[in-house]
Ligand binder design. Structure first.
Ligand code: TMP
Length: 204
């Protein structure tokens, strides 16, 4: 089973992924968590370029780098684990490329990004995508308390509004995407996630 988490920076993904991993492990599932971009040595090197490069990265090159990191992770880690019956949780997946590079950057057309996504994943789709929805200003307030901004986070408020609108558009279109209001307390949001997932977990 493949579970992905999406949302803008500061939406609370890390907290809920940690909670979900503990919850599913306690139930006896074999659970693996990866972050995107990252999750393999090569993909982590690409992450470092994407988040810390001092050079300008052209929007098409940026889309291709996110996709290259993803292709490596899917082929060498995710597919083999799913084949064993494990539960894989991903901190971001291709919806982030559609929202950030497609809707956010507005340089590569969304249909082209979606084609790239299918190629990089070889058509692998999540069973469920947990979209943690949070107002961009609230997300900014939350994340500035905990860390320095990386290259993506420096893109500015208008960029994040477009990314947010991108996630909303995807959620309206895709049945697999379930929206959770992340402005509530972490405990309340997690209770809602747990309640939803309960119904769809595989038999042990
Ligand atoms: P993270 O901070 O959630 O680990 O994500 C890294 C940053 O990269 C975050 O700002 C979102 C961005 N990103 C994209 O722009 N496109 C993508 O395809 C992915 C996976 C992440």
């Amino acid at each position: 089973m493949l579970i992905t988490f999406e949302g803008i920076d500061g939406c609370g993904k890390s907290t809920h992924i940690k909670k979900l991993k503990a919850y599913l492990t306690d139930k006896g599932y074999d659970v693996h968590v990866f972050r995107e971009p990252g999750g393999t040595p090569l993909s982590e090197q690409i992450r470092d370029i994407l988040l810390n490069s001092k050079d300008d990265i052209h929007p098409l090159a940026e889309s291709l780098l996110f996709s290259a990191a993803r292709a490596q992770l899917v082929a060498t880690r995710i597919r083999p684990l799913l084949d064993t019956g494990a539960i894989v949780i991903l901190d971001r997946f291709f919806d982030s490329t559609t929202a950030y590079q497609g809707y956010g950057r507005q340089a590569v057309p969304v249909p082209d990004i979606e084609q790239l996504n299918r190629l990089a994943t070889q058509n692998l789709e999540p069973d469920i995508t947990i979209y943690l929805k949070l107002d961009p200003e609230m997300a900014y307030e939350r994340r500035k308390k905990v860390r320095k901004e990386d290259r993506m986070e420096q893109a500015g408020a208008d960029f994040f509004k477009r990314v947010n609108a991108g996630f909303d558009a995807l959620a309206a279109r895709e049945k697999r995407i379930v929206v959770f209001d992340s402005s509530r307390s972490a405990a309340e949001t997690f209770e809602a996630i747990e309640g939803h997932l309960e119904k769809m977990l595989p038999r042990l």
